[in-house]
Design a protein around this ligand. Structure first.
Ligand code: CMC
Length: 428
């Protein structure tokens, strides 16, 4: 494998080392480029060719459809692990022993209360507010109630902040939903598992004993694992870049939530189900929507299709498609939208437009169908993604801070006006 690259500009050659990752991924290290060339930079909108960091957390190979957390395949984790041990794995690098997991869970439980004054902030939102906006704001507001700054040189401090966030985040996520439904807030029950407790906080009725089908909790657990990390995606890069200014953990995560909200990223799960519903209302004519997706004059995109990195298949989508079938069968639900989704997938996989551009269903194509079967409101879908992604964001923030990474600050190529003189308003 090559270990250096040569760049020639105006007949002058510059050499740059090529670094190789543990999975033989290679990258030209251009740290010295500007200094060596007297100020020439690179340009790469959307960072399609730019590695922003070295990371030991998640490996994915978009051509082969591989996704691994800390070396473990997503298929094996989705089948054998639970969400909390996956979170521990992502954040601390190894699967926890029974003792470590028990302690981790106990520490989380001991922090799973939220200051009562947070309710006043929640009260200030109109019921129409999107839960992602509410969640981002409440996560940021947590800073005011937990003001101590994290000393990143102290593992103890770091651990305490991580535990606090993992404990309080599901409370806020569930509250965002209950606010929307005009239901009293619930603090959960610490005798339950992490995911079951989150479910209770979302769904428990004040005048009924809380009961849930095991299949429901298993389905949510699996979905959260599948969303738990995805290396340097838009929201994770946001978390790392905000954190690189030494903003705290909660502030960095709050920014990540905003980045995740967009329909090209985590917001796609809501957009997919809205699209499938619209197709159903319109008579189920999938061909019409396929044509719209291919028409360059039409802004419509087939939501839940395509991925910046996966150019073969999204391994998460494969697992979720099977899970969607299983959950609907187990709960005895028939959802015509699932048939529309399967029809669209079949047509797209045979259509040269999608085949040539390597557009396959992504993680969000089928996840909304499962969420809907579990009675989770559409506007909560991206919140579910955020709850799943939280350990990944935390792991990436921790890695960035422990690695003493410099502040993130890209360059640009200026294309505006050259120097000109100010004109008085009367002369303009
Ligand atoms: N429907 C129709 N055409 C598409 C789609 C789509 N969903 N996705 C990409 N294309 C076309 C695009 O028009 C372009 O065509 P051309 O080469 O003729 O100009 C080509 O495919 C390449 O697309 P791109 O926008 O340059 O690719 P990208 O890597 O910048 O974008 C994406 C990736 C995920 C933003 C995009 O595929 C998309 O908008 N998909 C729909 C939204 C979606 O499902 N997002 C969820 C992503 S997975 C969850 C997560 O965020 O982690």
């Amino acid at each position: 494998m090559a270990d250096k690259a040569t760049l020639t500009i105006d007949g002058k050659s510059y050499e740059f080392p090529i670094i190789t990752g543990t999975e033989k991924e290679q990258a030209i290290d251009i740290k010295t480029l500007r200094g060596a060339t007297g100020g020439i930079t690179t340009i790469d909108p959307g960072y399609k060719n730019t590695g922003s960091c070295e990371s030991a957390i998640t490996f994915l190979d978009g051509e082969k459809g591989i996704l691994r957390y800390r070396g473990y395949s997503i298929e094996e984790l989705a089948e054998k692990a639970d969400f909390l041990e996956t979170a521990y794995l992502l954040i601390f690098g190894e699967l926890p022993t029974k003792q470590q997991l028990d302690k981790f869970h106990a520490d989380i439980k001991s922090e799973s209360h939220v200051d009562e004054d947070m309710k006043k902030i929640l009260d200030g939102f109109p019921k129409s507010a999107h839960p992602m906006g509410v969640l981002s704001a409440l996560t940021s507001a947590l800073i005011a109630f937990n003001p101590s700054t994290v000393n990143v040189d102290s593992e103890e401090d770091m651990y305490a902040a991580i535990v606090k966030l993992l404990a309080k985040f599901p409370v806020l996520a569930a509250w965002a939903m209950r606010k929307k439904k005009s239901q009293p807030l619930d603090y959960g029950d610490n005798s339950l598992g992490y995911v079951e407790n989150f479910h209770k906080m979302m769904f428990a009725k004040p005048n009924e004993e809380y009961k849930v089908d095991k299949a429901v909790i298993e389905a949510i657990d699996k979905l959260l694992i599948l969303h738990a990390d995805h290396e340097q995606n838009c929201s994770t890069s946001t978390v790392r870049i905000v954190g690189s200014s030494h903003a705290g953990l909660f502030a960095s995560i709050s920014a990540g939530i905003s980045a995740l909200w967009g329909p090209l990223h985590g917001g796609a799960n809501q957009a997919v189900i809205e699209m499938l519903e619209a197709i159903k209302e319109d008579g189920g004519d999938t061909k019409k929507y396929m044509a719209k997706a291919k028409d360059k004059e039409d802004p419509f995109r087939l939501m839940g299709f395509g991925h910046r990195v996966y150019k073969n298949f999204d391994p998460r989508a494969k697992i979720i498609k099977v899970a969607a079938d299983d959950v609907l069968t187990q709960l005895g639900i028939e959802d015509p939208v699932l048939d529309i989704a399967k029809g669209l997938e079949k047509e797209a996989l045979e259509d040269p437009y999608f085949v040539d551009r390597k557009l396959y269903p992504n993680v969000d194509f089928y996840s909304g169908i499962i969420y809907r079967a579990l009675d989770i409101p559409v506007e909560m879908f991206t919140v579910m993604f955020a709850v799943g992604r939280l350990p990944g964001w935390i792991a990436q923030w921790r890695e960035m801070r422990l690695g003493k990474e410099p502040i993130g600050r890209p360059r640009q190529v200026y294309t505006g006006e050259n120097l000109r003189s100010f004109k008085e308003v009367s002369e303009r």
